[in-house]
Design a protein. Sequence first.
Length: 440
Amino acid sequence: MKRKAAVLLGLIMTVSMIAGCGNAAANVPVVTPEETKPSAVEQALESYDTVITSLSADSWYAFADMDKDHDALLVAKKDFVFDNGDGTMAATEATVYGYDQNGRIKEYGYVAGGGTATPLAAKDSTLFYGGRDYMNKVHIEEASSEMVTEEGAFFDEYEDAIVIAFTPVDASAAGGKSAGVDLPAPYFVKGVYMYYPKDDADPSMDDFYIFQDEKWGHTENGTTGTGLPFDCEQADGQVKFTYGGAGESADVFTVEALENRAVIGAFSDGKTLVFLPVDDADPDSFSAENYINAKKGEDLVYVDANGWSVTYDPSCIAVNGGGPLTTFVYTGECAGTCMVSVSYDVGKDAKTAIEDTAKEWGDQAEITERPFPVAGDKNAYWVDANPGVTGPGMYEMAVALDHMDGYLLVDIITHVGGDDAIDIPVSDALEEIIDTFTIG
């Protein structure tokens, strides 16, 4: 380090002067060179020394500008490090360490990009990670000991960021234990795992395994929404998957490594895959399609347990569900409550349900029988609470259709204020829900 080199130089100069001048050296003042201040890298190495010396020999590390007060430490396994083409060894994903509000080092989490085309990069105390369709940014807030992530498509900012250069851990100084198949099963636990080919430079990152527990779950594709149920047995470095139900053929996944919570291995085709846990994803409610759409800033799909679904804009629609009644409430500026509610009930048919609704709304309510897109070749039953009324005010309409052992009732409430700049966006948002209503 520079400090040690400066002190050593001073000693050499002093000894040389004494040897060459004999007793006269007593009258020669000894000048001690000014101590050189440690560089930022030297300071970071000293700060994170305990973490670095505990790493396994196949680890790589780097310091990243993602905290306004201190550099953060990034640790990556060799499988995620590659030559960036300019002599820089870059990485696609890494574990993040940094200072907390008490000045201690803590592990903040894991960042995972989508391939070698978009290596980890940083600028302005912000780390960027992403893939073909998304580019997120993240920074550390020491005051609250939090790592704050902004999901989106920040490609313009990423273009100006500096690719982070990783350094291999000195094998002689490494003290960590390499993960591997000698670790006891289970290798997969309850949660959501995104998987992709390890050697793919630009993977799609839209395939998922959703484990309801260690023994069963389902696959799901975020683009098509399709998937298969599976059962699995985990033991002795292998996971035996059976897809589609009992009696189907099995495929064995051989675990090659367990690194930074990722499960790495291959099925019988020999292609190495990386299964990466999706943080904060609830397997009971996870939708791969919505996960991908959210990263792209696109509309989401709500799928109800009673066999229907709609598409909605999450930027202006709040969904409240979980039972026989689900509401889609407009959260933007509007003249009053604007919402769509959908309920499923049994004990009567759609025609009776709409007649009962009309009685509740009063004598002015008008019932019609006309098409509804999801009703197929059958008409649905409509009731209008304000037939013939125009201008500002509250409007309510409902449509009922026979479904399963009962009926679905869709209720639409709007408040019109007379300002098109406000009323039209409300109408568009609610209309999207009605137009995308799907059965099954």
